[in-house]
Design a binder for this molecule. Structure first.
Ligand code: PGA
Length: 262
């Protein structure tokens, strides 16, 4: 696990964007797995800037959304399909046929989830999966106690997540109770995973995920078993880590030889 501690949110976004940009330079048909929520917004903004400045092109890029609320239409302002469109896709030249979404109202949930898994596989797998983290350690909508080997499926949201996400809806009652999400096993199949976290309210989940035991009760802790994970966090989110200075030292040294390592 590479733990990258930055001084602020802006720097988290810069670093994540740089990694994606570098990966795209090596592979123009990059397959991205994309999370929604507040945290990745700055990254998407910077990626769009790269496109606008002519530094990045999306004509061959493929994107998969990590999760979706069950019951919401694609054009519902709180659907993740809408979020991705509004904050990323519509500002780039990504092709519609290269955008894959979990549907809020699929005809057959099971078939839809299986087909999503197959699409990822048929396109060679996800190169970079972007993740946020819930206060309870969830990744995607894989809530605590989710199987660490799970695949794309329907899940019930916890009360805590419903409460956290109520800020995006008019009333708490409007937050859907069910969702579709890539499974933890699906996420773990990505070649590289970048987890972003900002702010003090994420510090406990970050601490448990990095320095705690691997447990289904903290889904993000499973990332300890992945060979290519970058956890990019700010000072506040890193405040409970006991080995903060060590992570910084490792990263500073690595930065000195980054061109060689990349
Ligand atoms: P946030 O959500 O980025 O809006 O904090 C993260 C998550 O719940 O995974």
């Amino acid at each position: 696990m590479e733990v990258i501690i930055t001084s602020n949110y802006e720097e988290i976004c810069e670093k994540a964007t740089r990694i994606i940009h570098q990966a795209w330079k090596r592979k123009n048909n990059l397959v991205l797995g994309l999370a929604t929520g507040k945290t990745p917004l700055g990254v998407y903004k910077k990626i769009v800037e790269l496109y606008e400045n002519g530094e990045m092109d999306f004509s061959q890029v493929v994107a998969f959304t990590l999760d979706e609320y069950l019951g919401l239409e694609e054009n519902h302002p709180q659907s993740f399909a809408y979020y991705m469109e509004k904050n990323f896709y519509q500002h780039t030249n990504i092709k519609e046929e290269n955008i894959f979404r979990l549907e809020g109202k699929p005809e057959n949930i099971k078939t839809h989830c299986q087909e999503y898994e197959e699409k990822i596989k048929n396109l060679g797998g996800i190169d970079i999966q972007i993740l946020g983290i819930g206060r309870n350690g969830h990744i995607g909508f894989n809530e605590p106690s989710s199987s660490l080997a799970s695949r794309t499926r329907v899940k019930t949201l916890t009360r805590e997540t419903i409460g956290d996400n109520a800020r995006f809806f008019k009333n708490r009652e409007d937050v859907p109770r069910f969702c579709l999400t890539m499974g933890i096993g699906t996420v773990m199949d990505a070649k590289m995973i970048i987890l972003l976290a900002s702010g003090k309210n994420k510090s406990e989940a970050v601490f448990k995920s990095i320095e705690g035991p691997v447990t289904a009760m903290v889904p993000a802790s499973v990332l300890q078993l992945h060979p290519q994970v970058k956890i990019i966090i700010d000072e506040e989110a890193s405040s409970l880590l006991t080995r903060k200075e060590y992570y910084k030292w490792v990263y500073q040294n690595k930065e000195k030889v980054k061109d060689f390592l990349e």
